[in-house]
Design a protein around this ligand. Structure first.
Ligand SMILES: [Zn+2]
Ligand SMILES: [Zn+2]
Length: 140
């Protein structure tokens, strides 16, 4: 059984070829958008429909196997790195996304200085700036 099938079983999701293919695509292409994932899945499952890929992304996100991020002005992106509340840094120029750790082994951002009595589960932090490539050629 593949590691993706095992992940699906662990989340009590039925193992189907589209689900395995979508998980594999998300694992190999971190922060990919739906179109990229669709393209990737189609290379292994030729006849798969866009709707199937959308549905699978929804199911694996709801099951916590995949994390969905949606930076403002961007389409949704998906990644397999879940459960550590890491953050993202995004290039304003080319849109490339990189992971930023909260802190080694911990998620201190979940401890807000004042929480208004809320039970906080997630802190979504996005740093915007210029990636090294774009910073080198600002007029591209
Ligand atoms: Zn850039
Ligand atoms: Zn990430």
């Amino acid at each position: 059984m593949s590691e993706y099938a095992q992940l699906l079983r662990g989340a009590e999701l039925r193992v189907t070829r589209p689900r395995v293919a979508v998980l594999e695509a998300v694992h190999t292409r971190p922060h990919a958008d739906t179109e990229t994932i669709f393209g990737e899945v189609r290379t292994v499952l030729e006849g798969v429909s866009r709707q199937t890929v959308y549905d699978v992304l929804h199911a694996v996100t709801a099951a916590g196997l995949v994390r969905r991020i949606q930076p403002s002005g961007s389409v949704a992106r998906y990644e397999s790195r879940v459960g550590d509340n890491h953050h993202h840094v995004i290039c304003r120029s080319c849109g490339v996304i990189a992971d930023v750790d909260c802190a080694v082994g911990e998620a201190p951002c979940l401890t807000a200085s004042y929480d208004s009595g809320f039970l906080i589960e997630e802190a979504e932090v996005i740093y915007w700036g210029m990636c090294p490539d774009c910073a080198r050629s600002p007029t591209r």
